[in-house]
Design a protein around this ligand. Structure first.
Ligand code: GLY
Length: 390
């Protein structure tokens, strides 16, 4: 008996040690060194590209390095990563590359055909402005906010997300759109024009009311009648089913409401972000390493793909949320995610186009980008690493 007890406490002790190790702060310097090497390799891959329209690396799928044009919703992430590399290292070579790749997507400031301008312009020019205070960047952020605002309909109180698939919806709003509000909040601060702020608050309030279920998981797509503002239907596009909880959608919501609290100090957003966090971390399908499967309700779990991007977005949001909620457990969870990503999900050096992390799921129902590296996973991973230092 005594021996057994001893054995058990040895196992318990080793579990405690491994949990403690993984709850420790990530090794930011080491992970950025790795990211810098990979990104150097990626820049070399980009030299082989002869199409000037293709400006931003997105993924490596089916053996192919995929570079997208500035109109793609992910075009701002690679420039953003270059800004993060500059922020961490202060090496002028990253400043130079960040400027070059940011400039390549400049024309999108006038794009009124997508809600993704927050992702496109804020992740690139927004980070660039924070670090350089370049007045040209400031104007581009304001111009982009003006373009995004044209998609706001006062009758619905929301920004229309997509113009495509008109046979499926009239005025669709996706949970991802919460991320684009950061651009609007920033534009009000930079311009003094409060209309951007008001649009962001209206969009967040309607999303809080209409996108969430009783358990605080969210629908992916909510369709509004553009004349009356009445919700027509709640559905999915990238999730397992209309009633399922698509993992990246939950992460966008967590990050989005956290940033709304930062910008407004309205406690309802803080409480909402905490409820989303509770849904994510109490979900019975969440693996021990906190890297979720692509949809919390995929019945084939554990025989399906993870979504590393959802984990990286969540980690980044949790560092910020922990400061507002005064909850150290969020930091422990974020550290655990980052340490596990660094230990088990990294792309081997000089391979697969030079992306940093493997195992994201882009759009599983469309059989697209399943279990691949992807630029937004890398972007939020680097952002989370930087936030872990603060
Ligand atoms: N915003 C599109 C996605 O998360 O896949």
């Amino acid at each position: 008996m005594i021996y057994q007890n001893l054995k058990m406490s040895a196992v318990a002790a080793s579990l405690l040690i491994s949990t403690a190790t993984f709850a420790q702060k990530p090794n930011v310097a080491k992970e950025f060194k790795y990211a810098a090497e990979q990104t150097g390799f990626m820049l070399k891959q980009l030299e082989a590209n002869t199409d000037p329209k293709l400006v931003s690396p997105r993924t490596f799928e089916n053996g192919k390095f995929k570079i997208v044009s500035s109109t793609d919703w992910t075009s701002g992430f690679f420039p953003g990563e270059l800004w993060f590399l500059y922020e961490q290292t202060k090496d002028p070579k990253w400043l130079e590359q960040a400027k070059i790749y940011t400039a390549k997507i400049e024309k999108e400031q006038y794009n009124k055909g997508t809600h993704d301008l927050g992702f496109i312009i804020y992740c690139s020019f927004g980070n660039g402005y924070k670090l350089t205070k370049d007045p040209a960047y400031k104007q581009i952020i304001i111009n982009a906010a003006k373009s995004l605002s044209t998609r706001f309909n006062p009758k619905t109180g929301v920004i229309k997300s997509w113009d495509h698939n008109k046979e499926l919806w009239v005025n669709p709003v996706i949970i991802d759109n919460m991320m684009n509000l950061e651009l609007l909040f920033e534009a009000t601060k930079l311009s003094g024009d409060s209309s951007f702020y008001k649009i962001a608050v209206s969009h967040a309030d309607h999303t809080m009311k209409n996108h969430f279920r009783a358990d605080y998981s969210s629908y992916h797509v909510v369709d509004y009648d553009p004349e009356t503002g009445v919700v027509i239907k709640k559905t999915t596009h990238q999730g397992y089913s209309n009633e399922s909880a698509w993992a990246r959608g939950q992460a966008w919501g967590l990050y989005g409401f956290t940033l709304c609290y930062r910008e407004t100090h309205d406690k309802k957003y803080l409480e909402h972000a905490q409820r989303i966090a509770r849904f994510i971390f109490s979900n019975p399908t969440m693996p021990k390493d906190l890297i979720p499967y692509w949809d919390y309700n995929d019945p084939t779990i554990p025989n399906t793909s993870r979504d590393v991007s959802a984990a990286a977005i969540t980690a980044s949001a949790l560092y910020e949320l922990s400061g507002y909620a005064k909850n150290k457990d969020y930091v422990v969870k974020a550290n655990t995610i980052l340490n596990n990503l660094a230990a088990n999900y990294k792309n081997p050096l000089n391979s697969n186009g030079g992306f940093i992390l493997l195992h994201s799921t882009g759009h599983r129902p469309a059989k697209s980008e399943i279990d691949v590296p992807i630029n937004y996973a890398d972007y939020y991973y680097l952002e989370a690493l930087l936030r872990s230092k603060k």
